[in-house]
Design a protein around this ligand. Structure first.
Ligand code: PGA
Length: 254
């Protein structure tokens, strides 16, 4: 079975002390991760190393960055390179979150560059896609998401796409308390898998973990993660509460 993943996206929240307390509280709960299940913490840059330290020796639990630069290195004040993330021992990086697309004008072509540079540095992208409310209301969400995938991922080889991680996050469900129904999530996840299968073949598409994001909480995780093409979640608000995120981790498919 492909990997089932609970990924936290803390966004720009918490002090260092609060961050450490949150991770310690989580580690004190019983996290029931088998070898096909992962928990990944997407934390602000200053907390990557302290959180990594706290997770040291824990199986199947990783810390990650929420972004990396599309450029290799040089005069890019305020940016963080994939090379830097690799050099501190990271294995994953979130790329193309809708908040980066909206507030930092990241487009599909730039995200293709970020995907490339991340993979050059042995970082597995957690590649985000998803439509806004007007697109959903117009009923054109499938073609919109298909273009995001095509323009940012289709230049990759089949080998690079094997075991890839995609997060489908309908923008209308992010931080709104409005979750896609499990049917809506399954429908889009199956569509994403079919798009990847048309390009790379079914066998490769079946290795891709497709996470759902948008108001996932302890109370709805079992139902959403129970859908056949939903392989876990990318979680914002609820990942800031230890008991909630622990419940989400423990809702991953066995
Ligand atoms: P949310 O955020 O869980 O707070 O809706 C999800 C995300 O933006 O990754």
């Amino acid at each position: 079975m492909r990997k089932q993943i609970a990924a936290a996206n803390w966004k720009m929240n918490l002090s260092l002390l609060q961050a450490e307390e949150l991770v310690k509280a989580l580690l004190e709960t019983d996290l029931l991760l088998n070898e096909k299940q992962l928990a990944i913490f997407g934390v602000p840059f200053p907390y990557i190393l302290p959180v990594k330290q706290l997770l040291n020796g824990k199986k199947n639990v990783f810390v990650t960055a929420q972004n990396c630069s599309a450029n290799k290195n040089g005069a890019y004040t305020g940016e963080t390179s994939a090379e830097m993330l690799e050099s501190i021992g990271l294995k994953y990086v979130i790329i193309g979150h809708s908040e980066r697309r909206e507030y930092h004008h990241e487009n599909n072509a730039e995200l293709a560059q970020k995907v490339n540079i991340a993979m050059d540095h042995h970082l597995q992208p957690i590649f985000c896609c998803g439509e806004s409310l007007p697109i959903r209301e117009a009923g054109t969400q499938n073609s919109y998401v298909e273009i995001q995938l095509k323009e940012s991922l289709f230049h990759l080889s089949a080998d690079q796409i094997r075991n890839f991680i995609i997060a489908y996050e309908p923008i209308w469900a992010i931080g709104t308390g409005k979750t896609a129904s499990s049917e809506q999530a399954q429908e889009m996840h199956a569509f994403i898998r079919s798009v990847m299968a048309a390009q790379y073949g079914q066998e490769i598409a079946d290795t891709i973990s497709i996470l759902y994001g948008g108001s996932v909480k302890g109370a709805n995780a079992v139902e959403i993660f129970g859908q056949p093409d939903v392989d876990g979640g990318l979680v914002g608000g609820a990942s800031l509460v230890a008991t909630e995120f622990a419940a989400i981790i423990n809702s991953l498919k066995k």
